[in-house]
Design a protein around this ligand. Structure first.
Ligand SMILES: Cc1ncc(COP(=O)(O)O)c(C=O)c1O
Length: 368
């Protein structure tokens, strides 16, 4: 097995000025500093040799040394907004092993916010169980429901209960995906475009990224469009069809742009360009969310052989999509060079689980 990728324990000092703020100096949108400046963009030699195409990794697994992944970028803006609005409590939602809920628990606690999460069932796996334990370890209060359809009512009831108790709750949508959360990936899009220039990377054929609740794709599309970098985004669907479609993505794209434009009217209104930049890959979802296909497992195996740890729910399917583009191509054209955005935290989970209670029976129904 190859050496694992460089770990996320490098010292991180949160960057003071974002690319957004430096390019549009009038921008004044709330943010807490979590992401320590640019995450690396690296050509992966082993995967390049193994696949015959240039594989570059955008290392968003390294967004934070305690817990990395894509959610950290969104939470910079969402927690910033919550604190600016005077909130003391966060309510959010996700599946039993949700990386978004775990990240919210970690960084909400770090900023003195209580975190409540309405959780829906997910196919059981060791990874999901560890995430759930880590949520408990971080002190999140977990409220299980049986179906996704029950989430709005459960959230409304929790909101009312917390307000009656004198709390000031702020609701973050599933996956942290709305116009505010997407701002974190607008920054990532600008960052990626700048790195490609600085590193003199020849233009890739595609940027491959997971499509879950959509904030990552929506923000990335806006950031790349704002930078004038019109590389197609290949968005690999990993959550059920129907939950997140083009209309929802457009709402997030517009939401992010409206916030930026309202704060600095020189930020361009580019929702059309951003929407044209991505395409949705429907071919890796298989039987559904959290259920790996043979191609997912093959991608995970190849990743492991080259020190790239992938999960079965998001990144395994996404990387499988990248491999398919190399082998079979897109619209008859095999891809020769791509950037895979690695959105899964590579920080060790153990420290987050230390002292965590075992999973109480009332949460049993979350692991199907
Ligand atoms: C590891 C990982 N990658 C990708 C995604 C998808 O990102 P988004 O929800 O912004 O579409 C998620 C969402 O939970 C995730 O946990």
């Amino acid at each position: 097995m190859a050496e694992p990728l460089r770990s996320s324990t490098d010292p991180h000092v949160p960057s003071k000025t974002t690319l957004l703020e430096s390019r549009w100096p009038k921008l004044a949108l709330p943010r807490v500093g979590l992401v320590a400046g640019p995450t690396p963009l690296e050509r992966h030699e082993g995967l390049t040799r193994a696949t015959g195409a240039e594989i570059w990794l955008k290392r968003d697994d390294l967004t934070h040394p305690f817990y990395g992944g894509n959610k950290v970028r969104k939470l910079e803006r969402l927690l910033g907004d919550a604190i600016a609005q005077g909130a003391d409590t966060i309510i959010t939602t996700g599946a039993a092993g949700s990386h978004h809920v775990l990240a919210t628990a970690v960084f909400g606690k770090k900023h003195g916010l209580a975190v409540h999460a309405v959780l829906v069932p997910q196919p059981a796996s060791e990874h999901v169980t560890l995430d759930l334990r880590a949520m408990l370890g971080q002190g999140a209060e977990l409220h299980p429901v049986s179906y996704f359809a029950s989430v709005p009512a459960a959230t409304a009831a929790l909101l009312a209960k917390l307000k009656l108790r004198g709390k000031r709750p702020y609701v973050i949508p599933p996956g942290g995906s709305n116009g505010t959360g997407a701002l974190g990936y607008v920054e990532a899009g600008l960052e990626l475009a700048q790195q490609m220039l600085e590193q003199r990377m020849p233009e890739p054929d595609a940027i491959v990224v997971a499509l879950g609740s959509g904030g990552t794709v929506a923000g990335l599309a806006v950031g790349l469009a704002a930078a004038g970098c019109l590389v197609p985004i290949h968005a690999v669907r990993v959550t059920a069809r129907g939950l997140v479609g083009r209309a929802f993505l457009l709402a997030q794209i517009r939401g992010a742009i409206e916030r930026l434009h309202a704060s600095d009217d020189r930020f361009p209104r580019i929702s059309g360009v951003a929407s044209d930049l991505y395409r949705i890959d429907e071919d890796e979802l298989g039987e559904g969310y959290g259920l790996p296909t043979p191609r997912t497992r093959e991608a995970m195996r190849l990743g492991d052989e080259h020190g790239l740890h992938l999960d079965a729910t998001y990144t395994g399917k996404t990387f499988a999509g990248a491999l398919r583009l190399v082998r079979e191509g897109h619209e008859g054209k095999k891809l020769k060079r791509l950037v895979y955005v690695h959105t899964l935290s590579s920080a060790p989970l153990r420290p987050l689980i230390e002292g965590a209670p075992s999973i109480p029976h009332r949460l049993d129904k979350l692991l199907t």
